[in-house]
Design a binder for this molecule. Structure first.
Ligand code: ZN
Ligand code: ZN
Ligand code: ZN
Length: 255
């Protein structure tokens, strides 16, 4: 299994439009520091599975026939926006596995085009893609949202975005396994006021530490990053290490 991070930022991306903070200014000047909206590509046995569909170059990067399956975390616009371009294309039907959200996003269900939305992922009901077992894991977000655990030949990784903390049953599932890689939403620097933290839709650094403590993954890669988190990270380089770090766009993880 090879996972490529296609994007590692939140919906505002990096640089943020019009922002002159140090992170955004650096990213303006250095293309390798730019970040697109969070999504990923899983490749296995020569087949490709997209985790969310929002890459700006998705149609060029993945010509017709090259996408085997799309797996959606949720139907917020910033995670599915490329489906609106993709659905009008020609070529084989692409199965889209997604949470059983009755609304979906805009008119995607009504006009699916070449996309097939009939495959619904249900919490803790595993299904298979190639010879990988995928288990949907409930997350905590403002829209019905699922993370996914991927297991293959005793190896396990998890992709968990968007979320503010983790439900106890999801933490229990993760803690029971040797998770080699946990790729997880972290949008905010530490938020000390608990009430404020709970009002957010995404993890802060404190929650990452709590989740790490309870689930004990071997490696934790942070995604869905914001310019404020990156600014905090620049000021606290010692906080990160080889097993807890900020992911980058186009980074590849072999599992
Ligand atoms: Zn900025
Ligand atoms: Zn979202
Ligand atoms: Zn998001």
């Amino acid at each position: 299994m090879k996972l490529t991070l296609l994007g590692t930022a939140g919906s505002e991306m990096v640089p943020v439009y019009g922002c002159e903070c140090s992170v955004c200014t650096q990213a303006q000047n250095e293309p390798s520091l730019r970040r697109e909206k969070a999504s990923a590509l899983l490749e296995h046995n020569g087949h490709k599975l997209l985790l969310d569909a929002n890459a700006p170059d998705l149609l060029k990067r993945f010509p017709s026939g090259s996408i085997d399956t799309i797996l959606l975390t949720h139907y917020h616009m910033d995670h599915v926006i490329s489906l609106f371009d993709l659905r009008t294309g020609k070529g084989p039907t692409i199965p889209v596995f997604s949470p059983d959200d009755p609304l979906g996003c805009d008119d995607l269900y009504k006009h699916p085009g070449c996309l097939d939305f009939s495959c619904r992922a249900k919490p803790f009901e595993p299904f298979h893609w190639q010879d990988i077992t995928i288990t949907p894991l409930p997350l905590i977000h403002s829209k019905l949202c699922l993370g996914y655990g991927f297991e293959y030949q005793g190896k396990c990784f998890a992709y968990l975005t968007d979320t503010n903390g983790l439900p106890p049953e999801t933490e229990a599932w993760l803690a029971q396994r040797n998770v080699e890689w946990m790729i997880i939403d972290c949008s905010f620097p530490p938020i000390d006021c608990e009430q404020l933290r709970l009002s957010k839709n995404h993890n802060d650094i404190n929650q990452i530490l709590d989740i790490s403590e309870r689930c004990r993954p071997a490696n934790m890669g942070l995604t869905h990053l914001s310019h404020t988190l990156l600014e905090w990270a620049h000021a606290h380089p010692d906080f990160f290490n080889q097993s807890l770090y900020l992911l980058r766009d186009n980074q590849e993880i072999k599992i």
